[in-house]
Design a protein around this ligand. Sequence first.
Ligand SMILES: [Zn+2]
Length: 477
Amino acid sequence: MKKLLTVFLLLVALTALWACKDKDGAEPSIYALINGDIEGGSLSVELNSLELKDFEYQSDGQTVKAKGYALNEVLNQADIISGQNLLMITATDGVSAVIDESTAHLCYIMADGQKLNIKAPEHPAVVGIKDVKEFTVIAQEDIDIGIKIIENNSMESISYGNAKLWFFEPSGGQSVKFGNTANKYLPKKGDVGLDAIIDYQNNIVYGHNFDIVKTSQSGKLSWENGKISFEADGKSIPSIMGIAANVDTIIYDAYEIMRSELDKGNKVMFILPDGLSYGQVAHFQQHLNLLGGNYIKAASVNPAISNVALASIITGRSPFETGITERGVKKPNYDDIFDYALSKGLSARYIEGNSTLVATNIEPKLNLPDTNGFTDKNVYESAMAALGDNPDLLFVHFHGIDDVNHDFSPLSSQALDKILKIEEYIEDLMENFDGAVIIAPDHGSVGYADKDGSFKGKHGVFQPDDMFVPFYTFLKD
Ligand SMILES: [Zn+2]
């Protein structure tokens, strides 16, 4: 029996030994994971390709000679974005040390099998992390790459490295040795949600995959190798790109309102004033009549461009779901509000500018520009004519505000004139219509100074001015 056990143990030991060797007998590769504020977001560095360095450290009063991979040489394999950084060294159990990245050359990675341990003889003891999971670069300068947070009139970008700190708390304060500082961090207990970073209840979270979660819940954020995921209300986003804070709704909620009004037997008119921003109606409020009040704050989709937003509005879905995430005329993955109306035996009319933006089963009525170069007057007249046919659903797309925003900037007098003209058209249409009316732009406009000094407008850049729009509903009781 003893003999059998010995043979068995020997086999186990041999198997373990073989597992550590490649077929050709070479040492297996060991990898160090770098993430945070580096190009590409994360990088796995094969340590075997680097040179082992000799160094010494003190142990029980004795000088010990050792070999390790110099941490700065490992980090040099990545393209670090900022010139000034912190470095967070995190163990698999979450225990972390944060040092100045410029002192990484004083730290060594020693491999123990597949485990990586840090020896940092010139740093405080907390840097001696055992069983390292990852190295996270944390930019100390403002960089462009990160999670964009827009709220009211402000926007900020939190770099991915800095965002990792949402999930940790300092423990024990700063320690110093030979002038080198270190801070110990431990993972926060419990879930980290939006309330850790945003003071508002109603927020919209946008994914890199173009999906969207609108939520009044704090939800759950998680860090995984440079990406931050979000989960709330049974929906999840694998990697978030931005957050719109403190918004009442999202533009494609218009779909559900249209549907429920049609279900109630009401006629529905949806009016899309392309490019009208929340900032514009607030700025021009004293000049406006119908459009100067009665609105709530809605967020657009990302990217905030016409065909992407339009596809979302007519389907009630995020761009991830519609499959329309960039310019180009395509059919959404889901039935649209026109399909819905027709499926209920209702009539639907769709009045567009001079080109198709999204492929729909119902043929849009296209309208050419008039002598001023705008399609709005013809769109208005086509809509009036359509009202004469008494359709159950009428969808009207005015393009002029966006055109003028692009050419003269959203707060220009030209933009105001155009808004006032379209407001007149809308008021006229509403006077000739008995039913529920929803007015919602597809996106707003961000003003900027062009190279020649002239003011222009743009959108699709995820800023408050292109993402926030006014949302109007005039429903029957
Ligand atoms: Zn547009």
